[in-house]
Design a protein around this ligand. Structure first.
Ligand code: URA
Length: 432
């Protein structure tokens, strides 16, 4: 029987724990035998001391063992692919990727989370669609992926319960942004959900957990190693989160932008990321094609309307109204205008993300409810040339007062200068 206080002390002092010790600690915590205060102290010790590659693997494995696992590939008799983002502002990538990949004949079943803080969650975005059910039974989930080609649901309580508990604890003890803990949290869920190939979108910048490319590379290498150990194909896209992705930030606004992108009318940076991720997922699939052919097929599914038709089938299969006119609309729309002419040198992702949270689009605490109608549309992105008085962004708010406050915050997120900034693509690097 382990003594948690002793393990905390040894980790605090920089020791490497034995496999069984770490396993018992995690399983004990998931069972309720190890109290929050000891697990919180352990996470803080890990925050400062880190985990070795072996400890990270054992932690991930123990988290998976705390609950059920699904073998999607066996259930469908097909190779199933999945994607995951480490979280950012305006990140609605899964909403566009799922129907495009499915329209190309590759099943995609995804379990997503809710947003906390300035990073939005895919589930919150989907819940802005009237009637959409985020909770399906595992049988319904598998059946929908088989019949429609895709499904996105909330994580069931039976899958990696240790992560649910641990993530909640980390969130309130300033221990989220530790690489081994992030890697174990993400990969335990991906591995337990059963996809054989996973594309990970690792966000880098002021609106992401990883602020620098070096940190993002190192997190990617850890996650790839965990995936390979479990026999899965994993690739990491390192993508820009120094500015919001696309134009829309806020739940129903992001659903509209994702649908527009599925129709081929999305913003350039978002469209590029979506098509790149689709190309990689299709290359990982059992279609037996290269990435360039995967990308070509993804573009074709957008151009010929089959991706939009799959969107409709998917949303309706989950009980939602596929028509965007059913989405909630905010009563107040306020323009944010440029105080001078020049170029947009920077547009802080965290600044826009926080303004969206203050409008009610995200949560400050877990029990907050989300206002699906509100948010921000950033019409001018980094590099845009603007004249004095041009509209930089639109704030969609519940009240005039909320719109006024958010407009000030959004304006502060914009930095205007005389010269254009150096170009920076949304896709910064690929780690294989
Ligand atoms: N996303 C997760 O699922 N877990 C983390 O720890 C961080 C981001």
């Amino acid at each position: 029987m382990i003594r948690p206080a002793e393990l905390i002390q040894r980790k605090r002092d920089g020791d490497e724990l034995l496999d069984d010790e770490l396993r018992e600690l995690v399983i004990g915590y998931a069972r309720g035998d190890v109290p929050d205060y000891q697990m919180a102290a352990f996470c803080m010790a890990v925050f400062f001391r880190g985990l070795s590659p072996r400890e990270t693997f054992v932690l991930t494995d123990a988290m998976i063992a705390s609950g059920e696992t699904i073998d999607m590939s066996a259930a469908l008799g097909r190779k199933v692919v999945d994607k995951h983002s480490t979280g950012g502002v305006g990140d609605k990538t899964s909403l566009a990727v799922a129907p495009i990949v499915a329209a190309c004949g590759v099943p995609l079943g995804k379990m997503s989370g809710r947003g906390l803080g300035h990073t939005g969650g895919t589930l919150d975005k989907l819940e802005s669609i009237p009637g959409y059910r985020t909770e399906l039974t595992l049988d319904e989930f598998v059946a929908q992926v088989r019949d429609v080609g895709c499904a996105i649901i909330g994580q069931t309580g039976d899958l990696v319960p240790a992560d649910k508990l641990l993530y909640g604890l980390r969130d309130v003890t300033a221990t989220v942004d530790q690489q081994s803990l992030i890697a174990a949290s993400i990969m335990s869920k991906k591995l337990a959900a059963g996809a054989q190939a996973i594309v990970l979108d690792v966000k880098v910048g002021d609106g992401a957990f990883m602020r620098t490319l070096d940190d993002a590379r190192s997190l990617s290498e850890t996650m790839i190693a965990l995936g390979r150990e479990a026999g899965r194909d994993v690739v990491c896209l390192l993508t820009d989160m120094d500015q919001p992705l696309g134009a829309a930030v806020g739940n129903s606004l992001e659903v509209i932008e994702a649908l527009e992108t599925v129709r081929g009318r999305g913003p350039a940076d978002f469209t590029e990321l979506v098509l790149d991720a689709c190309g990689k997922l299709l290359a990982f699939s059992d279609l037996g094609i290269e990435e360039t052919e995967g990308r070509r097929r993804a573009e074709a599914a957008v151009a010929d309307g089959s991706a939009e038709a799959t969107w409709r089938r998917w949303i309706e299969a989950q009980g939602g109204t596929a028509d965007e006119s059913a989405l909630p609309v905010a009563p107040v729309v306020r323009e944010v205008t440029a105080a001078r002419s020049g170029h947009v040198v920077a547009l802080s992702a965290i600044g826009v993300g926080n303004a969206a949270v203050h409008l009610g689009a995200g949560r400050r605490t877990k029990s907050d409810t989300v206002d699906h109608a509100v948010g921000i549309v950033c019409l001018a992105k980094r590099g845009a040339e603007v004249a004095e008085g041009d509209v930089l962004a639109l704030v969609h708010a519940r009240t005039d007062a909320a719109a006024e406050q958010a407009a000030g915050e959004v304006l502060a997120a914009y930095e205007l200068g005389d010269d254009p900034p150096p170009p920076r693509d949304v896709l910064l690097e690929v780690v294989l």
